[in-house]
Design a protein around this ligand. Structure first.
Ligand code: MN
Length: 749
């Protein structure tokens, strides 16, 4: 193995004269076009690339290094950003196509260059596994993977060179690449304002996709240009005179549309070629390098419209309101001699550079390049802002306006087969599973991301490769509701829970009716509701459902009905008494305890209070009271998912409540603990809980599946502070990924 330092220095490598010449040209171009150049960096990048690709050939048979060299040259001349990008262009295929690792690049060239290469490699992979049916998605994927915009910039240069050298590939491959270029890269180049690159990509694609029409357009354009040039000459004459008088330095020339935009016009307007060139287009670029560029544009506009009559409806001011990609220019159409319409664009040289080379041109106009790194950071942030906040565009004649939500809002993940799915930010494997198919969601038991097991609450990232593990025995867990973010997953899980509860309620009702018949009890709907309330269920359905699932013994209800004539109200009992009485359904985490509540500022012990099982409030929680049909008060947490409905729709039944200070009252609360399944996890968990703040565990149940540990712990806490401290401690256990308070105990079954 050759040493890295030798490779970097190019020691022992023989560089062919033709290649050496290209390298020399590249270095010269760097000095011409870049604000400052670390020549050594570029040379070292070349040496590494030259060595890594030493055995590779292009389809044309040439040495492979020709390609990265050409990409770097295109980059310098057409994008001209910085020397790190040039080095990245030289190295862009190294990790993907050769034995050289990303670590090598990182060690040799540092973090930021390695990140660019990593982005380029990932994007390369994304392309090989997709067809471009989802062009817009793939485009977004590219952007989201490119945490550094230089990745995209290098990719443009790479694609342009590939398009320029497509001829040696088989026809089928040419068509695929050309289509992809037209659908994906050209609009994306437009988005960044790389108009020159966009036009070249489009024309090269058209040449492949419709060679005959392309040829017709190109030769037609040549004829048209000759005719136009003589007309434009006369048109310019008086303008030139006036501009010279006023001391302007300027360039003025006839503008040619590119072959592809003419092609599109022919298709869209269904017109033959010669009818497309109805309007002459010219451009005036002001060379004066002073601050008054914008004013100058207006002065020139005024001179031109003195000489020729303008058509006001064709006027556009992109100088005061630049387009989202930074484009600035004044557009006007005037009537020339013989009544011909002439489209005029007026702009400064700086505006022109930006129009041709997009955002990268801004870099050229940065004055202070002493602190390159922080300047670059500022610039990259600026690019992102620019792309994130598109200003409304008035021009409608542009190809396409992709509204890209860069870096936020959406992520893109792959299946192991390479299919692409888009999900909202913070989406989890469960969301993904439901997106793939409802059945996959229902039976989802675990997930692998990039080959490793992750918790089902794992937040997916762009570029993740995800695989869902299913089991026929698995069914949706109500807890999933808490971390899923997609509407589809949420509604399917809710539906499942509802269905399940409906079935168990039906079963519970059957059980009850048999027992009631035997005991000779007949209850009205209203009476049943009252007993449900006494037994602390939100409604009859829930009570029956608990009987159906076996969480409530039917004898409890029977006992309550029989005892109701004598004992009245069970809820002023001491906590211990309560515990005994309701032991059988404490597992469902209903709160227990005396009503330790201040209602409208007064302490009440005589009102029947219930702690809403949808959110299990404990002292310290922000709460409110809701007067239910039976006249009791149900306490909800303000953060309860039912709170908005209750507070807004039934505000007349809401009362203000507060916790009063009561000692030695314990409330039941539930925690869901997730983590890695490892030896000793359960004992450590129980030790941490019981040793801290003398917490008693009511019940604990553990599920492990594919290395994932999910524990459900029901415990007695005195208040929120107590619970929070406990959560803090549990989080510190090695291998624990998350501790969540669970709020919807009635969904447990
Ligand atoms: Mn390449």
């Amino acid at each position: 193995m050759i040493e890295a330092s030798a490779i970097l220095k190019g020691r022992g490598q023989v560089v062919e004269p033709a290649i050496q010449k290209k390298l020399d040209n590249l270095i010269r171009a760097c000095h011409d076009h870049l604000p400052n150049v670390d020549e050594e960096l570029v040379r070292r990048a070349f040496n590494v690339s030259h060595w890594a690709h030493r055995n590779d050939r292009r389809a044309t048979g040439e040495p492979y290094i020709i390609h990265p060299l050409a990409v770097a040259s295109i980059f310098v001349e057409q994008i001209g950003f910085d020397d790190i990008s040039v080095a990245a262009a030289l190295l862009h295929d190294v990790v993907e196509d050769t034995d050289l690792s990303l670590e090598f690049v990182r060690d040799a060239f540092g973090e930021s260059l390695a990140n660019i290469i990593d982005g380029l490699t990932k994007i390369g992979g994304a392309f090989s596994s997709h067809d471009i049916g989802q062009a817009e998605n793939v485009q977004k994927l590219m952007l989201s993977m490119a945490t550094d915009v230089r990745v995209i910039f290098v990719k443009f240069a790479d694609r342009l060179h590939n398009m320029q050298t497509l001829d040696s590939l088989p026809r089928a491959k040419q068509l695929k690449i050309a289509t992809e270029t037209l659908d994906l890269f050209a609009p994306l180049a437009h988005r960044f304002g790389f108009f020159a690159i966009k036009r070249e990509l489009e024309d090269l694609s058209l040449r492949i996709l419709d060679p005959e029409l392309h040829e017709e357009i190109v030769s037609g354009l040549r004829d048209f240009q000759r005719e136009r040039d003589s007309y434009v000459e006369q048109f310019f004459e008086p303008i030139k005179e006036r501009l010279n008088e006023d001391g302007f330095e300027f360039e003025m020339y006839g503008r040619t549309k590119n072959a592809y935009s003419i092609y599109r016009k022919m298709k869209r307007q269904n017109k033959p070629l010669d009818e497309i060139y109805d309007i002459f287009a010219v451009r005036i670029v002001l060379q004066n390098k002073d601050e008054r560029g914008k004013e100058d544009c207006w002065r020139v506009y005024s001179i031109i419209t003195d000489l020729y009559r303008p058509l006001p409806e064709r006027f556009r001011d992109f100088v005061s309101l630049p387009k989202s990609n930074g484009y600035q220019s004044l557009h006007t159409t005037v009537v020339g001699h013989d009544g011909k319409r002439v489209e005029v664009q007026i702009r400064t040289q700086e505006m022109h550079d930006i129009a041709e080379r997009g955002v990268a041109a801004h870099w050229k106009y940065k004055e202070d390049v002493s602190d390159t790194d922080s300047e670059m950071d500022k610039f990259l942030t600026w690019v992102r802002d620019l792309l994130d906040n598109p200003r409304p565009e008035r021009a409608t004649d542009f190809v396409q306006d992709f509204r890209l939500n860069l870096y936020d809002e959406e992520i893109y993940v792959f299946t192991p087969k390479g299919d692409l799915f888009s999900l909202p930010t913070a989406a989890t494997p469960i969301d993904f599973a439901y997106l793939v198919h409802t059945e996959v969601g229902y039976h989802c038991i675990g997930a692998k991301v990039n080959g490793k097991m992750v918790p089902l609450s794992y937040k997916l990232k762009s570029g993740d490769q995800i695989e869902i593990i299913t089991s026929k025995k698995q069914s949706p867990n109500p807890d999933w509701i808490k971390f899923v973010v997609t509407q589809k997953a949420r509604s399917r899980i809710r539906h499942f829970i509802k269905e399940k509860r409906r079935r168990s309620a039906k079963l519970g009702q059957d059980i009850w009716e048999k027992r009631a018949k035997k005991a000779g009890i007949v209850l009205t709907e209203h009476e049943l509701g009252r007993y449900a309330s006494i037994l602390r269920f939100p409604n009859v359905l829930q009570m029956f459902s608990e009987i159906g699932t076996g969480h409530l013994d039917v004898k409890e209800l029977l006992g309550a009905v029989k005892g109701s004539t004598t004992s009245g109200d069970a809820h002023t009992d001491e906590p211990d008494g309560l515990r005994t009485q309701f032991e059988t359904f404490l597992d469902t985490a209903h709160s227990s305890g005396t009503p330790a509540l201040m209602i409208d500022g007064e302490l009440h012990t005589d009102i029947l209070t219930q702690y809403a099982p949808c959110c299990n409030p404990i002292p310290g929680d922000d709460v409110f009271g809701y007067i239910n049909r039976t006249g009791g008060i149900k306490i909800h947490r303000v953060s309860c998912q039912n709170a908005p409905d209750l507070l807004l729709l039934h505000s007349d039944k809401v009362v203000k409540v507060d916790w009063s200070r009561q000692k030695d009252v314990r409330f039941v609360s539930g925690l869901r603990v997730m983590g890695e399944d490892r030896v000793g996890m359960v004992s450590e968990l129980t030790t941490v809980i019981s040793k801290n703040l003398k917490t008693n565990i009511r019940s604990i149940s553990i599920d492990t599946e594919d290395g994932i540990f999910v524990g459900t712990v029901v415990l007695y806490v005195s208040d929120l502070t107590h619970l929070k401290r406990l959560i803090d401690r549990i989080k510190r256990i090695e291998g624990i990924h998350g501790v969540y308070r669970f709020e919807q105990s009635q969904d447990e079954s």
